[in-house]
Design a protein around this ligand. Sequence first.
Ligand SMILES: [Mn+2]
Length: 501
Amino acid sequence: ILGLDTLGGYRILHTESSFERSFLEVNKCFCTCTKCNPFPYRCREKKYDYYSLPKTSVVIAFYNEAWSTLLRTVHSVLETSPDILLEEIILVDDYSDKEHLKESLENYVAGLRKVRLIRANKREGLVRARLLGASVAKGDILTFLDCHCECHEGWLEPLLARIAEEESAVVCPVIDVIDWNTFEYLGNAGEPQIGGFDWRLVFTWHSTPEREQKRRKSKTDVIRSPTMAGGLFSVSKKYFDYLGSYDTGMEVWGGENLEFSFRIWQCGGSLEIHPCSHVGHVFPKQAPYSRSKALANSVRAAEVWMDDYKEIYYHRNPHARLEPYGDVTERRLLREKLKCKDFKWFLENVYPELHVPEDRPGFFGMLKSRGMANFCFDYNPTNEHQVTGHRIILYPCHGMGQNQFFEYTSHNEIRYNTRQPEVCAAVDSGTDYLTMYLCEENVHSIPENQKFVFREDGTLFHLQTQKCIQAESNAYNGNPAPLLRPCTNSDYQKWFFKERS
Ligand SMILES: [Mn+2]
């Protein structure tokens, strides 16, 4: 049966009842068009040749997921995917112990077309559970979804069409937010964001840079993204195998998204977000499993793909050096076999927006006071999304990098660059505090109030005010803090960097 879909194109529907359902959907959408289609209007004008598009297997791994969120994911795939494009849905139970995921789920799934349930015999973790699903998949395309999603009408066609056009493209949908409390589908108005990372190897979101906007010819063209957020993407099965699928040495969760992103780009593929494909996702406040393996996974990614740039990561996470990360010999051989490009190429060509710290020996790490023994510069903005505008304090040195990591640059800045965006110590006029503001990337226009001279005698001299940074107790909200004072010869005005404790 042919029907008119909510994107204004023809589509092939599976059964009469689903035709009715879609018809209702269409009516609903006429009333609330912007809510149904928060993405570019032109997406609705796109026509697809359904008979020539490849079929996909949708792989959904889960561990102790709630019944409603899991089934919402499954039903949304069934209802929004044109039958002709959907080979099957493979549910992979990663050894859950919740009662509702046992017989009840089996019975429920038995009544659904195209849905298969397979189970791991022990806890495998996300990566190996997904591979287990992929190993039995029959479709030409693998589509991985998290188990707490809702696919939006028209989500599948753009992903498959793009891969049909370019086999080495790995394509992600735009991830819309499903409210954690109400489970309401909140759209994602405006331009989709792309993925990056900071030097802690934490995933970050960014707006699309100018250069990429220029490269795209239309609002409905894919957006190239340096990294992917996590589990939602489509890939040609053949290409996924060629690329070495997933790193099976990765446990449970975390870091695998960056590893896969680096590998895609460095080994000749491309990672893209399709603005016409939308999938809602619940960002859970708390995962039903431990995320303690994420560190080892990140270290594996760094060891295999980042060459010497891995040092920049280790400087900011000294404890990562001690993390046992298993054997990566095979992954390095894979990199050689596929003749993958180096990390320098990746940074210069795929992610030029990321500032690469200088990390000159002796000028990064903990910034310790000589006078106030074992107290360090500390910057810990309470809000992850508001990195600027807060003051630097002094806190007992913990040697863990992170919020006590600073770098003194050859351009006279004191940079806090474990996160993105990077911030620099500055002095607001009329105050003696060090407040953090965005760093200036053009070295010729660094604001005067951000310039310090780190002198031979260990003093940090602020050029604009001609004062020195001094450690003082009870300086700010009961905490010790570095303050600007007239220069003296006191040890409280002497500072030194230490990489590790
Ligand atoms: Mn998720």
